[in-house]
Design a binder for this molecule. Structure first.
Ligand code: ZN
Length: 318
C-alpha cells in the first residue's frame, strides 16, 4: 500500500459529480487487510472513484468493505456495481435500508418520480446488492475489519436508516454532519424527503459531537476538524431552515412561492460565503428538495398532533 493510504490515514476521493469538483466524496482507508470505502457515490461517478483510487496507488479490486452511511443514490448507488466487480467485497448498511439495497425497485421507482429522464445521466445504474453480501447493522456493533476497529453509530434525522462510522480519530458522518463544501461555508442540513426528523437529527448530532474523534468526514464534502463551532452552526442552520418552512406553511404560502423564497434566501447566504458555493450546493442537495423534506416533516407533525397514528414513510431516491 502507498504512503497516501498508510495505515490510520483516511483519504477523500472527489467523485466529480456532474463534472463538478468538491460536491460528492467517497472516503477510503486501509483496514490492514484490504481497503474500506465509506460510501461509493452513484454509478455515474464510478470512473472517478477508480481514478481517485489510482491516484492513491490503489485499485477498486482491493476494496473489501463498503461502509454505507445510507442508501440514497448519491451515497450508495454504485454499491451493487462495485460488489459485482469485486467478488471479495462486502457492503455494510443499517437494517432499515438493507431491503432497499437488495431489492432496489421501489427506491429506483421513487427516485424516477423525482428525476424522470435525468436518472441515467445523474446516477447511472443501481444494481441490487445480494443479501448474502450485506452485513446488516443496527448501530453499536464492534466491527473488526482487517486490523481496524469500526463502530457504526445509528444516526437518524436525515434518513431513518442513517449510520455514521467511528474509526480511530475519524468520524464518518454521511449527511447527518451537514453539507460543508469547503472551509468558507457554514455547515447546512440537507433535508430531502421522506424521512426528515428534526428531533432525531438533533439527538444524532448530540451523539456524534460527544465522540472522541478529531476529524469529521462529510460526503458533501471532505474532511474538517471536529469542533463545537461545526455542530453549533449546523444546529442553528437546521433550526433556521425549518422555521422558514414552518412560517411559510403557517402563513398559507403557496408551495412554489415557499420554495422560491427559501431557495433565494439560502443561495444568498451561500453566495456571501463564496460566489461559487450556490452552484455547487445545488448539486449536493437542491434547495427545493430540502423544502419538500421540511414541508413533509411539518405536515407529519401536524397529522400526528391531530391523530397519533404513525404511518410508515416510503423511501425516496436520495
Ligand atoms: Zn447526500
Amino acid at each position: 500500500m502507498t504512503s497516501a493510504l498508510g495505515f490510520g490515514q483516511v483519504q477523500t476521493i472527489d467523485l466529480h459529480f456532474q463534472d463538478t469538483p468538491g460536491v460528492v466524496a467517497s472516503a477510503v482507508f486501509d483496514t490492514g487487510d484490504g481497503l474500506a470505502l465509506v460510501d461509493t457515490g452513484p454509478s455515474s461517478t464510478l470512473p472517478a472513484l477508480e481514478a481517485g483510487l489510482a491516484a492513491l496507488g490503489a485499485r477498486l479490486e482491493e476494496v473489501r468493505h463498503v461502509l454505507l452511511t445510507h442508501i440514497h443514490l448519491d451515497h450508495a448507488g454504485a454499491a451493487g456495481t462495485l460488489l459485482a466487480r469485486v467478488p471479495e467485497a462486502r457492503a455494510y448498511v443499517h437494517e432499515r435500508g438493507a431491503a432497499h439495497l437488495s431489492r432496489p425497485e421501489r427506491l429506483v421507482a421513487s427516485a424516477t418520480q423525482i428525476y424522470g429522464d435525468q436518472m441515467e445521466r445523474l446516477w447511472g445504474e443501481f444494481l441490487p446488492v445480494p443479501a448474502e453480501r450485506l452485513t446488516v447493522l443496527a448501530g453499536g456493533e464492534q466491527l473488526r475489519l482487517g486490523q481496524t476497529d469500526v463502530l457504526p453509530l445509528y444516526t437518524p434525522g436525515h434518513a431513518v436508516h442513517h449510520l455514521a462510522y467511528h474509526v480511530g480519530e475519524h468520524l464518518f458522518v454521511g449527511d447527518v454532519g451537514g453539507i460543508r463544501l469547503d472551509v468558507r461555508q457554514t455547515p447546512r442540513a440537507p433535508t430531502p424527503p421522506p424521512d426528515i426528523d428534526l428531533e432525531a437529527w438533533r439527538a444524532s448530532i448530540a451523539l456524534l459531537r460527544g465522540r472522541d474523534a478529531h476529524t469529521l468526514h462529510l460526503a458533501h464534502f471532505g474532511a474538517y476538524a471536529q469542533t463545537e463551532a461545526h455542530w453549533d452552526a449546523l444546529l442553528a442552520n437546521l433550526h433556521t431552515d425549518a422555521e422558514r418552512i414552518r412560517a411559510g406553511l403557517t402563513a398559507g404560502q403557496e408551495p412554489q412561492a415557499l420554495s422560491d423564497a427559501f431557495t433565494e434566501a439560502l443561495l444568498a447566504e451561500l453566495r456571501e460565503e463564496g460566489p461559487d458555493l450556490p452552484a455547487r450546493y445545488e448539486f449536493a442537495c437542491p434547495p427545493w428538495m430540502s423544502v419538500q423534506g421540511l414541508v413533509r416533516y411539518w405536515q407529519r407533525q401536524a397529522a400526528r398532533a391531530a391523530a397519533p397514528a404513525s404511518v410508515p414513510a416510503a423511501q425516496a431516491g436520495r
